[in-house]
Design a protein around this ligand. Structure first.
Ligand SMILES: [Zn+2]
Length: 335
């Protein structure tokens, strides 16, 4: 190779100018993906340049693959909804693509597209405000993750730090559990019994998917929602601690315990020291009435004390003015 040729080669290597499409594509790996640490932003630029060059050559298949790679690395750099949608669209046009971080290892695109779709569905579920919408979206995400079976994930951990990040099957069960959890929450004010069934199912699913923090949280909720007590005031049986009945401070003696026992009533009403269970209707009516009296009493005190304070204020002001006069006199005598 002559001197000029060597010069041309080194310019090509440093700038990428004069590279053909395939060389440009490979440059994305050498100058970006395969560096330690990788420079993905540089790789994305090189892949975009390769796309343009492949298109000029009329090689649409490789142009699409270069674009898909640019989109995938964009997703690595910036995992957001927009990058996700673009990557799905780009991948749909090609049958296989290099594995992230590798130039030789190929993977089929359909499972990757399925994973990215499932991630998108899960994100939509998390963003949804409406209960029914949230539940439907978590179920859909669960179904989509299920299609991946036991395949390992490529991208889930870039979007989420919670829930199972290793296997699609576990994440599918986890999404189903979240759907059941929200279904339970939506139903609780209508039917604690039905809500209990959904919460119990969610708790089991969280345990299956190895998300123990959620399993404990829902397990505790199940205990609360299944517990039943009678109301001391209206004698109705209510289901759901702190939902449909609560403990209120009250004084009870041995006599009351004996009385409840003799009458074969629910001893749970006074099973906690210095408290009694009231249903939320009886309890809230007492709270509201007490609040009403407290506001009335506060107003009475205010009406009583305000004129007295105003009188004190007048006296203080008077003293203040007399003190000022005295100071002025004293000042004249000493100067
Ligand atoms: Zn009651």
């Amino acid at each position: 190779m002559g001197f000029l040729d060597k010069m041309k080669e080194s310019v090509k290597d440093a700038t990428g100018i004069g590279l053909n499409a395939q060389q440009q594509y490979e440059r994305a790996y050498q100058k970006g993906v395969l560096l330690q640490p990788p420079k993905y932003q540089d790789a994305i630029k090189e892949f975009h340049s390769a796309t343009e060059k492949f298109l000029k050559d009329g090689n649409k298949a490789m142009a699409d693959r270069a674009t898909a790679n640019a989109c995938l690395y964009q997703l690595v750099v910036n995992p957001d909804r927009e990058s996700l949608a673009k990557a799905i669209q780009a991948l749909e046009g090609i049958p296989e693509i290099e594995r992230i971080g590798s130039q030789k290892d190929m993977m089929a695109t359909p499972p990757l597209i399925t994973e990215l779709n499932a991630i998108g569905e899960e994100l939509s579920a998390r963003d949804a405000d409406d209960g029914a919408d949230k539940i439907a979206k978590f179920r859909k995400a669960g179904d989509t993750f299920m299609k991946l079976g036991s395949s390992p994930f490529q991208f889930v951990d870039k979007f989420s730090t919670e829930g199972p990040l290793d296997k699609a099957m576990n994440r599918s069960i986890y999404c189903m559990a979240l759907a059941d959890y929200h279904e339970g929450l939506c139903l609780v004010m209508e039917s604690p019994t039905r809500a209990h069934d959904f919460m119990q199912k969610a708790s089991i699913e969280f345990r299956q998917s190895m998300t123990n923090d959620w399993a404990e949280k829902t397990g505790a909720y199940v205990e609360r929602i299944k517990s039943k007590r009678h109301c001391w005031m209206c004698s109705r049986e209510m289901q759901g601690k702190d939902i449909f009945y609560k403990y209120y401070p009250a004084k009870s003696e041995k006599y009351h315990h004996q009385l409840v026992q003799d009458l074969k009533q629910d001893h749970g009403m006074i099973d906690s020291p210095n408290s009694v269970t009231l249903c939320t209707i009886c309890g809230s009516s007492i709270e509201n009435q007490a609040d009403h009296y407290a506001v009335m009493r506060a107003q009475e005190v205010k009406d009583w004390v305000e004129p007295i304070l105003a009188e004190y204020q007048k006296v203080l002001q008077n003293h203040h003015e007399r003190l000022k006069d005295l100071e002025a006199v004293a000042h004249r005598h000493t100067s």
